[in-house]
Design a protein around this ligand. Structure first.
Ligand code: IMP
Length: 427
């Protein structure tokens, strides 16, 4: 297929980076369309581990073109830090293989400052954001007070718009949050230096992608975060500020929706969530600790420990349907080795009503009780499995049951961090 959407079907951290890295070997263009440096995609190549935040995972494959499209909120400091870090490690990065949309919105220092300060006021409603300025930057985009990359590249326009933005934001920082304002001149100088370094990467990425499609090139759209963190369809208000699934592609790229031919969701064999918000299948007992310990569940971006729980079939079925996925990739199956029994969420119960479909109309799913099905576990270490027949029968059964539960078969299983640690499922 020539155009493919890959998205997270849970609360982010599904292991998308590794899957995209594997697929990217055969793809011409790899495209980020939403989110920002709040994402953290970990890719392990041999003895090297790369943590990518803004730059698409295809950057590790020579000859691929990596696109950061208009729907992404770009922190120039983060972006250039990532570019420098990759170059220092011998990865070729230039405007030839990494392209930035001139229409993408810029995350400034004041966005990050306000992100941190605003959380303090929210009390119980605290989201536990990554502190990367995502919410404040997307708010400004919607309020039409934001600056785009093209504004940054035009020194006069940047001065006028940044001056106006900072006047308002400094008043907020000083008077509402009682914190130190930012110095306008210092900010102008900082961002004009950054703009010069960004310039070689900037282009009209919508035009580039449409032309690539017409030329028959293959294109992979790399979702960041997961469907349950989608601003419209996730566990609002405990979500990120963008449309995280396949639905975010057309607006976030300028690529027609009908040209996206295939969609594949990624979900872990269990669930994790970082930050606040409802998590119906969360385990606060030893089993949860085991999932976190064995699965090394710490945020790639913030280092925060993640919350862990059993696979939630209700949420996953909903996420796969929203993403239009026909088959999916199950990651981290190896982490489940060692449990005597494994539970899988099959329905929610709330005030006497049983829900097999995700109840998006409930104001908050915090109060639902999960109904579980118990499946036999397995003891074997499966990190060396490369063929379906290498998996113990209980692990094969687990994969098949989850496929039936969510209404889409598992196509590929990841059994370890290494690029090669994958098993293809029988059709
Ligand atoms: P924000 O995107 O930084 O505003 O954070 C909003 C919520 O999304 C918080 O609960 C974050 O922990 C969560 N979040 C944002 N990005 C990621 C990610 O890449 N993986 C997992 N959770 C994320």
């Amino acid at each position: 297929m020539s155009t493919l959407s890959i998205f997270g079907a849970q609360w982010g951290d599904e292991g998308k980076g590794k899957v995209i890295d594997r697929l990217a070997a055969d793809i011409d263009y790899i495209v980020r369309y939403q989110g920002g440096a709040n994402a953290g995609h970990t890719v392990v190549v041999g003895d090297q581990t790369y943590a990518l935040h803004l730059i698409p995972s295809g950057i590790l494959h020579p000859g691929r073109i990596n696109v950061i499209a208009n729907g992404v909120a770009i922190d120039p400091i983060s972006f250039l830090g990532e570019v420098d870090g990759l170059i220092d490690r011998g990865v070729a990065v230039s405007g030839e293989n990494l392209v930035l949309s001139s229409n993408a919105h810029v995350i400034f220092e004041h966005h990050k400052t306000i992100d941190g300060l605003a959380e303090r006021w929210k009390g119980e409603g605290r989201i536990g954001t990554t502190g990367r300025g995502i919410g404040p930057a997307y708010s400004d985009k919607a309020a039409r007070t934001g600056l785009r990359i093209s504004d940054l590249l035009d020194p006069e326009r940047c001065k006028v718009r940044l001056r106006a933005a900072l006047a308002e934001k400094n008043a907020l920082i000083e008077r509402v949050h009682e914190s130190e304002p930012l110095d306008l001149e210092a900010q102008l100088e900082l961002y004009s230096t950054l703009a010069d370094r960004l310039r070689p990467f900037v282009a009209d990425t919508g035009k580039l992608l449409r032309q690539a499609y017409r030329d028959g090139k293959s294109i992979l759209f790399e979702g960041a975060q997961g469907v349950m963190l989608d601003i419209d369809h996730g566990t609002y208000p405990f979500v990120t500020s963008s449309n995280t699934g396949t639905g975010g592609i057309p607006a976030g790229t300028g690529f027609p929706p009908v040209w996206v031919e295939e969609s594949m969701g990624i979900a872990k064999a269990y669930c994790t969530r970082v930050g606040e918000g409802p998590f119906p299948s969360e385990l606060t007992c030893e089993n949860g600790e085991q999932l976190c310990r064995v699965g090394h569940e710490f945020g790639t971006t913030t280092g925060r420990p993640r919350r862990a729980g059993w696979f939630d079939g209700v949420a996953a079925r909903y996420a796969f349907e929203l993403g239009g996925t026909r088959s999916w990739v199950m990651t981290k199956l190896d982490v489940l080795s060692g449990f005597d029994e494994i539970q899988v969420g099959v329905a929610y119960n709330h005030e006497g009503v049983r829900y097999e479909e995700y109840p998006a109309h409930l104001p908050c799913i915090e109060g639902v009780e999960v109904e579980y099905k118990t499946l036999p576990g397995w003891k074997e270490d499966i990190t060396g499995a490369r063929e379906w027949s290498d998996l113990p029968p209980a692990a094969q059964n687990y994969v098949k049951v989850l496929g039936d539960l969510v209404g889409a078969p598992v196509a590929l299983i990841s059994v370890g961090p290494d690029r090669a640690a994958m098993v293809t499922c029988p059709k």
